[in-house]
Design a protein around this ligand. Structure first.
Ligand code: 4AD
Ligand code: MG
Length: 446
Protein backbone atom coordinates (compact mmCIF):
# COMPACT_ATOMS: atom_id res chain seq x y z
CA UNK A 1 0.00 0.00 0.00
CA UNK A 2 1.42 3.35 -1.03
CA UNK A 3 0.18 6.34 0.91
CA UNK A 4 -3.57 6.23 0.82
CA UNK A 5 -3.61 4.48 -2.52
CA UNK A 6 -3.93 0.81 -3.11
CA UNK A 7 -1.61 0.80 -6.05
CA UNK A 8 0.57 2.77 -8.32
CA UNK A 9 -0.65 2.40 -11.85
CA UNK A 10 1.25 -0.31 -13.65
CA UNK A 11 1.81 -2.31 -10.46
CA UNK A 12 0.47 -5.76 -9.92
CA UNK A 13 -3.11 -6.32 -8.86
CA UNK A 14 -5.56 -8.99 -9.67
CA UNK A 15 -8.86 -8.73 -11.52
CA UNK A 16 -11.59 -8.87 -8.96
CA UNK A 17 -9.69 -6.68 -6.46
CA UNK A 18 -11.47 -3.64 -5.17
CA UNK A 19 -9.07 -0.69 -5.28
CA UNK A 20 -8.73 2.99 -4.65
CA UNK A 21 -6.46 4.86 -7.02
CA UNK A 22 -5.43 8.46 -7.56
CA UNK A 23 -4.15 10.18 -10.66
CA UNK A 24 -4.89 12.63 -13.42
CA UNK A 25 -7.01 12.31 -16.50
CA UNK A 26 -4.67 11.84 -19.42
CA UNK A 27 -7.24 11.06 -22.08
CA UNK A 28 -10.98 11.32 -21.95
CA UNK A 29 -13.27 9.47 -24.34
CA UNK A 30 -16.94 10.12 -23.62
CA UNK A 31 -19.15 7.60 -25.38
CA UNK A 32 -22.83 7.01 -25.36
CA UNK A 33 -23.02 4.43 -22.62
CA UNK A 34 -19.73 4.96 -20.84
CA UNK A 35 -16.87 7.34 -20.39
CA UNK A 36 -13.37 6.00 -20.76
CA UNK A 37 -10.58 7.68 -18.86
CA UNK A 38 -6.91 6.94 -19.22
CA UNK A 39 -5.53 7.75 -15.82
CA UNK A 40 -1.85 8.56 -15.18
CA UNK A 41 0.06 8.88 -11.95
CA UNK A 42 3.65 8.99 -13.15
CA UNK A 43 4.01 5.21 -12.82
CA UNK A 44 1.76 3.96 -15.55
CA UNK A 45 -1.58 4.19 -17.30
CA UNK A 46 -4.87 2.71 -16.23
CA UNK A 47 -8.07 2.55 -18.21
CA UNK A 48 -11.04 3.51 -16.05
CA UNK A 49 -14.64 3.09 -17.15
CA UNK A 50 -17.52 5.11 -15.82
CA UNK A 51 -21.00 4.08 -16.81
CA UNK A 52 -22.86 6.98 -18.39
CA UNK A 53 -25.44 7.05 -15.64
CA UNK A 54 -22.83 7.50 -12.92
CA UNK A 55 -21.21 10.38 -14.66
CA UNK A 56 -24.18 12.46 -15.69
CA UNK A 57 -25.70 12.23 -12.24
CA UNK A 58 -23.28 14.69 -10.70
CA UNK A 59 -22.25 18.23 -11.44
CA UNK A 60 -18.64 17.28 -10.78
CA UNK A 61 -18.47 15.15 -13.87
CA UNK A 62 -18.86 18.24 -16.00
CA UNK A 63 -15.48 19.40 -14.82
CA UNK A 64 -13.77 16.32 -16.21
CA UNK A 65 -11.00 17.34 -18.58
CA UNK A 66 -7.49 16.33 -19.34
CA UNK A 67 -5.42 17.14 -16.26
CA UNK A 68 -8.23 16.79 -13.71
CA UNK A 69 -6.91 15.01 -10.63
CA UNK A 70 -9.20 12.61 -8.84
CA UNK A 71 -9.70 9.63 -6.61
CA UNK A 72 -11.38 6.64 -8.17
CA UNK A 73 -12.81 3.61 -6.39
CA UNK A 74 -13.99 0.46 -8.01
CA UNK A 75 -13.30 -3.05 -9.15
CA UNK A 76 -10.32 -4.09 -11.23
CA UNK A 77 -11.47 -6.13 -14.21
CA UNK A 78 -9.99 -7.93 -17.18
CA UNK A 79 -10.59 -6.03 -20.40
CA UNK A 80 -13.30 -7.74 -22.46
CA UNK A 81 -12.20 -9.80 -25.48
CA UNK A 82 -11.53 -7.69 -28.54
CA UNK A 83 -10.81 -4.48 -26.62
CA UNK A 84 -7.44 -3.18 -25.60
CA UNK A 85 -6.15 -1.28 -22.60
CA UNK A 86 -2.76 -0.87 -20.93
CA UNK A 87 -1.87 -4.17 -19.19
CA UNK A 88 -5.15 -5.68 -20.38
CA UNK A 89 -7.06 -4.44 -17.34
CA UNK A 90 -9.47 -1.67 -16.49
CA UNK A 91 -11.09 -0.19 -13.45
CA UNK A 92 -14.86 -0.24 -13.32
CA UNK A 93 -15.48 2.91 -11.36
CA UNK A 94 -18.17 2.92 -8.71
CA UNK A 95 -17.30 6.13 -6.96
CA UNK A 96 -15.05 9.07 -7.69
CA UNK A 97 -14.00 12.31 -6.10
CA UNK A 98 -12.51 15.24 -8.00
CA UNK A 99 -9.47 16.67 -6.24
CA UNK A 100 -8.55 19.40 -8.70
CA UNK A 101 -10.43 20.33 -11.83
CA UNK A 102 -8.50 21.42 -14.91
CA UNK A 103 -9.48 23.83 -17.66
CA UNK A 104 -9.56 22.03 -20.96
CA UNK A 105 -6.74 23.94 -22.64
CA UNK A 106 -4.30 21.51 -21.10
CA UNK A 107 -5.48 19.03 -23.75
CA UNK A 108 -4.49 21.39 -26.48
CA UNK A 109 -0.96 21.65 -25.17
CA UNK A 110 -0.15 18.09 -24.24
CA UNK A 111 -1.86 16.70 -27.31
CA UNK A 112 -0.06 19.01 -29.69
CA UNK A 113 3.23 17.75 -28.38
CA UNK A 114 2.27 14.18 -27.67
CA UNK A 115 5.05 13.24 -30.08
CA UNK A 116 8.57 14.60 -30.13
CA UNK A 117 7.55 17.03 -32.84
CA UNK A 118 7.02 20.62 -31.73
CA UNK A 119 8.54 20.12 -28.32
CA UNK A 120 11.39 22.44 -29.21
CA UNK A 121 9.07 25.11 -30.54
CA UNK A 122 9.66 28.18 -28.28
CA UNK A 123 5.95 28.58 -27.55
CA UNK A 124 5.83 24.97 -26.42
CA UNK A 125 8.96 25.45 -24.33
CA UNK A 126 7.13 28.24 -22.48
CA UNK A 127 4.57 25.53 -21.63
CA UNK A 128 7.24 22.99 -20.77
CA UNK A 129 5.64 22.33 -17.36
CA UNK A 130 2.55 21.02 -19.17
CA UNK A 131 4.41 19.45 -22.07
CA UNK A 132 6.24 17.30 -19.51
CA UNK A 133 2.90 15.61 -18.80
CA UNK A 134 2.89 14.15 -22.31
CA UNK A 135 3.77 10.50 -22.95
CA UNK A 136 6.81 11.23 -25.07
CA UNK A 137 8.36 13.74 -22.69
CA UNK A 138 7.72 11.60 -19.65
CA UNK A 139 9.16 8.47 -21.30
CA UNK A 140 12.30 10.47 -22.08
CA UNK A 141 12.60 11.80 -18.53
CA UNK A 142 12.20 8.26 -17.16
CA UNK A 143 14.88 7.09 -19.57
CA UNK A 144 17.11 9.95 -18.50
CA UNK A 145 16.83 8.83 -14.88
CA UNK A 146 17.62 5.26 -15.94
CA UNK A 147 20.69 6.36 -17.93
CA UNK A 148 21.99 8.40 -15.02
CA UNK A 149 21.51 5.43 -12.73
CA UNK A 150 23.24 3.18 -15.28
CA UNK A 151 26.32 5.42 -15.18
CA UNK A 152 26.38 5.29 -11.38
CA UNK A 153 25.98 1.50 -11.47
CA UNK A 154 28.62 1.07 -14.16
CA UNK A 155 31.23 3.15 -12.35
CA UNK A 156 30.49 1.28 -9.14
CA UNK A 157 31.00 -2.03 -10.95
CA UNK A 158 34.31 -0.68 -12.25
CA UNK A 159 35.35 0.49 -8.77
CA UNK A 160 35.54 4.16 -9.69
CA UNK A 161 34.74 6.60 -6.89
CA UNK A 162 32.16 9.36 -7.18
CA UNK A 163 33.13 12.85 -6.05
CA UNK A 164 31.33 16.17 -6.05
CA UNK A 165 33.50 19.07 -7.23
CA UNK A 166 32.36 22.70 -6.84
CA UNK A 167 30.21 24.53 -9.38
CA UNK A 168 31.53 27.97 -8.35
CA UNK A 169 35.13 28.25 -9.52
CA UNK A 170 37.75 30.79 -10.50
CA UNK A 171 39.44 28.97 -13.33
CA UNK A 172 38.51 28.08 -16.88
CA UNK A 173 38.93 24.69 -18.48
CA UNK A 174 37.57 24.98 -22.01
CA UNK A 175 38.43 28.56 -23.00
CA UNK A 176 37.46 31.98 -21.68
CA UNK A 177 34.85 32.67 -24.36
CA UNK A 178 32.12 30.53 -22.84
CA UNK A 179 32.45 31.45 -19.16
CA UNK A 180 29.50 32.69 -17.12
CA UNK A 181 30.69 35.17 -14.46
CA UNK A 182 28.85 35.59 -11.20
CA UNK A 183 29.41 38.05 -8.35
CA UNK A 184 30.89 36.20 -5.39
CA UNK A 185 30.91 38.33 -2.22
CA UNK A 186 33.72 40.83 -2.80
CA UNK A 187 35.23 38.86 -5.65
CA UNK A 188 33.94 37.31 -8.82
CA UNK A 189 33.63 33.68 -9.82
CA UNK A 190 32.58 31.56 -12.76
CA UNK A 191 30.12 28.75 -13.16
CA UNK A 192 32.19 25.67 -13.92
CA UNK A 193 32.68 24.51 -17.51
CA UNK A 194 34.03 21.13 -16.48
CA UNK A 195 35.10 19.42 -13.25
CA UNK A 196 38.09 17.83 -14.90
CA UNK A 197 40.81 19.82 -13.14
CA UNK A 198 39.32 18.99 -9.75
CA UNK A 199 39.01 15.32 -10.61
CA UNK A 200 42.71 15.26 -11.47
CA UNK A 201 43.62 16.58 -8.01
CA UNK A 202 42.15 13.60 -6.17
CA UNK A 203 43.67 10.78 -8.21
CA UNK A 204 46.51 10.33 -5.66
CA UNK A 205 44.12 9.77 -2.76
CA UNK A 206 41.01 8.24 -4.33
CA UNK A 207 42.30 6.48 -7.45
CA UNK A 208 40.03 6.64 -10.48
CA UNK A 209 37.17 9.08 -9.94
CA UNK A 210 34.07 10.38 -11.67
CA UNK A 211 31.35 12.93 -11.17
CA UNK A 212 27.94 13.72 -12.61
CA UNK A 213 27.50 17.46 -12.20
CA UNK A 214 26.13 20.42 -14.07
CA UNK A 215 28.53 22.26 -16.40
CA UNK A 216 27.81 25.72 -17.78
CA UNK A 217 28.77 27.22 -21.12
CA UNK A 218 27.87 30.69 -22.32
CA UNK A 219 27.43 29.39 -25.86
CA UNK A 220 26.64 32.13 -28.33
CA UNK A 221 25.19 29.85 -30.96
CA UNK A 222 21.78 28.29 -31.22
CA UNK A 223 22.32 24.76 -32.39
CA UNK A 224 20.52 21.49 -31.92
CA UNK A 225 23.12 20.30 -29.45
CA UNK A 226 24.32 23.28 -27.42
CA UNK A 227 22.93 24.11 -24.00
CA UNK A 228 24.09 26.73 -21.52
CA UNK A 229 23.58 24.33 -18.65
CA UNK A 230 24.05 20.61 -19.15
CA UNK A 231 24.74 17.46 -17.18
CA UNK A 232 28.32 16.40 -17.53
CA UNK A 233 29.50 12.88 -16.77
CA UNK A 234 33.26 13.12 -16.28
CA UNK A 235 35.84 10.54 -15.27
CA UNK A 236 39.58 10.66 -14.67
CA UNK A 237 41.86 7.61 -14.67
CA UNK A 238 45.33 7.28 -13.22
CA UNK A 239 48.37 5.40 -14.59
CA UNK A 240 46.94 4.75 -18.03
CA UNK A 241 47.95 5.31 -21.63
CA UNK A 242 45.88 6.63 -24.52
CA UNK A 243 44.79 3.18 -25.68
CA UNK A 244 43.58 2.38 -22.14
CA UNK A 245 41.54 5.58 -22.22
CA UNK A 246 39.83 4.66 -25.51
CA UNK A 247 39.14 1.11 -24.33
CA UNK A 248 37.67 2.44 -21.10
CA UNK A 249 35.29 4.84 -22.88
CA UNK A 250 34.11 2.00 -25.09
CA UNK A 251 33.63 -0.25 -22.07
CA UNK A 252 31.64 2.35 -20.12
CA UNK A 253 29.42 3.17 -23.11
CA UNK A 254 28.54 -0.49 -23.68
CA UNK A 255 28.03 -1.30 -20.00
CA UNK A 256 25.75 1.70 -19.56
CA UNK A 257 23.64 0.53 -22.49
CA UNK A 258 23.54 -3.02 -21.10
CA UNK A 259 22.52 -1.71 -17.69
CA UNK A 260 19.73 0.36 -19.22
CA UNK A 261 18.44 -2.44 -21.45
CA UNK A 262 18.57 -5.07 -18.71
CA UNK A 263 15.83 -3.19 -16.87
CA UNK A 264 12.51 -4.08 -18.57
CA UNK A 265 10.89 -0.71 -17.88
CA UNK A 266 13.86 1.25 -19.27
CA UNK A 267 14.16 -1.10 -22.23
CA UNK A 268 10.49 -0.41 -22.98
CA UNK A 269 11.15 3.35 -22.94
CA UNK A 270 14.04 2.92 -25.38
CA UNK A 271 11.83 0.83 -27.67
CA UNK A 272 9.05 3.40 -27.49
CA UNK A 273 11.33 6.37 -28.21
CA UNK A 274 13.72 4.76 -30.66
CA UNK A 275 12.46 1.44 -32.02
CA UNK A 276 15.58 1.05 -34.18
CA UNK A 277 18.07 1.47 -31.35
CA UNK A 278 20.90 -1.03 -31.48
CA UNK A 279 23.76 -1.40 -29.09
CA UNK A 280 26.97 -0.43 -30.95
CA UNK A 281 29.35 -3.18 -31.92
CA UNK A 282 32.80 -3.22 -30.34
CA UNK A 283 35.47 -2.24 -31.16
CA UNK A 284 34.35 1.25 -32.18
CA UNK A 285 35.86 2.64 -35.35
CA UNK A 286 39.03 4.65 -34.66
CA UNK A 287 40.03 7.42 -37.02
CA UNK A 288 42.77 10.03 -36.67
CA UNK A 289 41.90 13.69 -37.22
CA UNK A 290 44.29 13.81 -40.20
CA UNK A 291 42.51 10.82 -41.79
CA UNK A 292 39.15 12.50 -41.16
CA UNK A 293 40.31 15.60 -43.03
CA UNK A 294 41.25 13.41 -46.01
CA UNK A 295 37.98 11.51 -45.73
CA UNK A 296 35.92 14.75 -45.77
CA UNK A 297 37.78 16.04 -48.82
CA UNK A 298 37.44 12.70 -50.61
CA UNK A 299 33.63 12.64 -50.45
CA UNK A 300 31.72 13.31 -53.64
CA UNK A 301 30.86 16.18 -53.36
CA UNK A 302 33.57 17.05 -50.80
CA UNK A 303 32.38 18.07 -47.35
CA UNK A 304 33.71 21.62 -46.94
CA UNK A 305 34.94 23.63 -43.98
CA UNK A 306 33.17 26.65 -42.46
CA UNK A 307 34.58 28.96 -45.13
CA UNK A 308 33.21 26.71 -47.86
CA UNK A 309 36.69 25.44 -48.78
CA UNK A 310 38.22 21.97 -48.61
CA UNK A 311 39.47 21.10 -45.12
CA UNK A 312 43.14 21.64 -44.35
CA UNK A 313 45.12 20.32 -41.38
CA UNK A 314 44.43 22.64 -38.45
CA UNK A 315 40.77 23.35 -39.32
CA UNK A 316 38.10 22.73 -36.76
CA UNK A 317 35.73 20.07 -37.99
CA UNK A 318 32.55 22.08 -37.57
CA UNK A 319 29.23 20.71 -36.41
CA UNK A 320 27.73 20.43 -39.89
CA UNK A 321 30.69 18.52 -41.32
CA UNK A 322 30.87 16.29 -38.27
CA UNK A 323 27.18 15.47 -38.55
CA UNK A 324 27.48 14.56 -42.22
CA UNK A 325 30.42 12.33 -41.41
CA UNK A 326 28.62 10.48 -38.64
CA UNK A 327 25.48 10.14 -40.72
CA UNK A 328 27.38 8.61 -43.65
CA UNK A 329 29.51 6.28 -41.52
CA UNK A 330 26.48 5.62 -39.29
CA UNK A 331 28.24 4.07 -36.31
CA UNK A 332 30.25 5.36 -33.33
CA UNK A 333 33.60 6.89 -34.25
CA UNK A 334 36.58 7.61 -32.03
CA UNK A 335 38.09 10.65 -33.69
CA UNK A 336 41.60 11.05 -32.28
CA UNK A 337 44.83 13.06 -32.41
CA UNK A 338 43.51 16.58 -32.92
CA UNK A 339 46.06 19.35 -33.64
CA UNK A 340 47.50 21.10 -30.58
CA UNK A 341 46.23 24.51 -31.80
CA UNK A 342 42.55 23.61 -31.74
CA UNK A 343 42.55 21.80 -28.41
CA UNK A 344 42.65 22.76 -24.71
CA UNK A 345 45.84 23.80 -22.90
CA UNK A 346 46.05 20.70 -20.67
CA UNK A 347 46.18 18.05 -23.40
CA UNK A 348 49.21 15.83 -23.74
CA UNK A 349 51.07 15.94 -27.03
CA UNK A 350 51.56 12.74 -28.96
CA UNK A 351 55.27 11.89 -28.42
CA UNK A 352 55.46 10.47 -31.97
CA UNK A 353 53.99 13.61 -33.60
CA UNK A 354 54.21 16.80 -31.56
CA UNK A 355 51.75 18.64 -33.83
CA UNK A 356 48.88 16.61 -32.37
CA UNK A 357 47.44 15.74 -28.97
CA UNK A 358 46.43 12.43 -27.43
CA UNK A 359 42.81 13.50 -27.62
CA UNK A 360 39.53 11.89 -28.58
CA UNK A 361 36.03 12.95 -29.52
CA UNK A 362 33.42 10.22 -29.64
CA UNK A 363 30.95 10.87 -32.45
CA UNK A 364 27.53 9.27 -32.62
CA UNK A 365 25.16 9.11 -35.60
CA UNK A 366 22.53 11.83 -35.54
CA UNK A 367 24.28 13.90 -32.88
CA UNK A 368 28.02 14.08 -33.51
CA UNK A 369 30.34 14.67 -30.56
CA UNK A 370 29.04 13.22 -27.32
CA UNK A 371 32.37 12.74 -25.54
CA UNK A 372 35.57 14.79 -25.41
CA UNK A 373 38.63 13.42 -23.67
CA UNK A 374 42.40 13.29 -23.62
CA UNK A 375 45.57 12.31 -21.86
CA UNK A 376 46.83 15.16 -19.68
CA UNK A 377 50.17 16.93 -19.77
CA UNK A 378 52.44 15.43 -17.13
CA UNK A 379 55.40 17.83 -16.97
CA UNK A 380 55.51 20.85 -14.67
CA UNK A 381 57.50 23.12 -17.00
CA UNK A 382 55.47 22.03 -20.00
CA UNK A 383 52.22 22.96 -18.27
CA UNK A 384 53.58 26.39 -17.27
CA UNK A 385 54.53 26.96 -20.91
CA UNK A 386 51.01 25.93 -22.02
CA UNK A 387 49.43 28.51 -19.65
CA UNK A 388 51.75 31.14 -20.99
CA UNK A 389 50.92 30.31 -24.60
CA UNK A 390 47.15 30.60 -23.97
CA UNK A 391 47.39 33.65 -21.71
CA UNK A 392 46.17 31.75 -18.66
CA UNK A 393 47.22 33.29 -15.30
CA UNK A 394 49.33 30.47 -13.81
CA UNK A 395 48.94 31.72 -10.24
CA UNK A 396 45.20 30.95 -10.18
CA UNK A 397 46.00 27.39 -11.23
CA UNK A 398 48.66 26.65 -8.57
CA UNK A 399 46.55 23.83 -7.13
CA UNK A 400 46.30 22.21 -10.56
CA UNK A 401 49.99 22.75 -11.40
CA UNK A 402 50.94 21.20 -8.05
CA UNK A 403 49.72 17.83 -9.35
CA UNK A 404 52.80 17.86 -11.57
CA UNK A 405 55.07 19.08 -8.77
CA UNK A 406 54.05 16.53 -6.13
CA UNK A 407 54.34 13.23 -7.96
CA UNK A 408 52.97 13.47 -11.46
CA UNK A 409 51.51 10.49 -13.33
CA UNK A 410 50.33 9.45 -16.79
CA UNK A 411 46.60 10.05 -16.58
CA UNK A 412 43.64 11.00 -18.67
CA UNK A 413 39.91 11.34 -18.72
CA UNK A 414 36.84 12.52 -20.55
CA UNK A 415 33.55 14.29 -20.31
CA UNK A 416 30.27 13.05 -21.75
CA UNK A 417 27.24 15.26 -22.30
CA UNK A 418 24.29 13.37 -20.81
CA UNK A 419 21.74 15.18 -22.98
CA UNK A 420 23.72 14.33 -26.11
CA UNK A 421 23.99 10.71 -25.06
CA UNK A 422 20.20 10.68 -24.62
CA UNK A 423 19.61 12.46 -27.92
CA UNK A 424 21.55 9.65 -29.55
CA UNK A 425 19.94 6.81 -27.64
CA UNK A 426 16.38 8.14 -27.88
CA UNK A 427 16.78 9.54 -31.41
CA UNK A 428 15.94 13.12 -30.48
CA UNK A 429 16.24 15.94 -32.96
CA UNK A 430 17.75 18.20 -30.30
CA UNK A 431 19.29 17.96 -26.84
CA UNK A 432 16.65 20.42 -25.63
CA UNK A 433 14.00 17.72 -25.29
CA UNK A 434 16.41 15.65 -23.19
CA UNK A 435 16.36 18.32 -20.43
CA UNK A 436 13.66 18.81 -17.85
CA UNK A 437 13.82 22.57 -18.44
CA UNK A 438 16.39 23.39 -21.11
CA UNK A 439 18.68 26.39 -20.84
CA UNK A 440 20.22 27.85 -23.96
CA UNK A 441 20.93 31.30 -25.33
CA UNK A 442 17.73 33.31 -24.96
CA UNK A 443 16.00 30.86 -22.62
CA UNK A 444 16.18 30.81 -18.86
CA UNK A 445 12.52 29.97 -18.08
CA UNK A 446 10.36 28.38 -16.86
O1 4AD B 1 34.57 18.55 -25.19
P1 4AD B 1 34.33 19.23 -23.88
O2 4AD B 1 34.33 20.71 -23.86
O3 4AD B 1 35.43 18.65 -22.90
C1 4AD B 1 35.57 19.02 -21.59
O4 4AD B 1 34.90 19.78 -20.98
C2 4AD B 1 36.64 18.22 -20.88
N1 4AD B 1 37.23 19.07 -19.83
C3 4AD B 1 36.01 16.99 -20.29
C4 4AD B 1 36.97 16.10 -19.57
O5 4AD B 1 37.94 15.66 -20.17
N2 4AD B 1 36.72 15.81 -18.32
O6 4AD B 1 32.96 18.73 -23.29
C5 4AD B 1 32.72 17.37 -23.06
C6 4AD B 1 31.35 16.97 -23.55
C7 4AD B 1 31.13 17.18 -25.04
O7 4AD B 1 31.61 16.10 -25.79
C8 4AD B 1 29.63 17.28 -25.11
O8 4AD B 1 29.02 16.01 -25.09
C9 4AD B 1 29.29 17.98 -23.82
O9 4AD B 1 30.36 17.79 -22.93
N3 4AD B 1 29.10 19.42 -24.05
C10 4AD B 1 27.92 20.00 -24.18
N4 4AD B 1 26.66 19.50 -24.16
C11 4AD B 1 25.63 20.37 -24.32
N5 4AD B 1 25.79 21.69 -24.48
C12 4AD B 1 27.03 22.24 -24.54
N6 4AD B 1 27.18 23.55 -24.69
C13 4AD B 1 28.16 21.38 -24.36
N7 4AD B 1 29.50 21.58 -24.35
C14 4AD B 1 30.05 20.38 -24.16
MG1 MG C 1 34.72 18.93 -27.20
Amino acid sequence: RIGNKDLRLGEGDTPGDRVKVAGRIHRLRPQKHATFITLIDGYGHLQCVLQAGDLTKTYDAMTFAQGTSLWLYGEMCKVPEGQSAPDGRELHVEYYEVIGASPSEEDAITNRVSSQQNQWDPAMLDQRHLVLRGDNASALMKLRAAVEWAFVKTYKEMNITKVSPPALVQTQVEGGATLFSVPYYDESAYLTQSSQLYLETVLPSLGDVYCIEKSFRAEHSLTRRHLSEYTHVEAELDFIDFTDLLDHIEEVTCRVIDNVLSDPESAAHVKELNPDFQKPVRPFMRMKYAEAIDWLNAQDPPILNEEGKPHVFGDDIAEAAERKMTDIINKPIFLTHFPVEIKAFYMKKDPSDLRVTESVDVLMPGVGEIVGGSMRMEGYEELLAAYEKQGIPAKDYYWYTDQRKYGTSPHGGYGLGLERFLAWMANQHTVRTACLYPRYMGRCKP
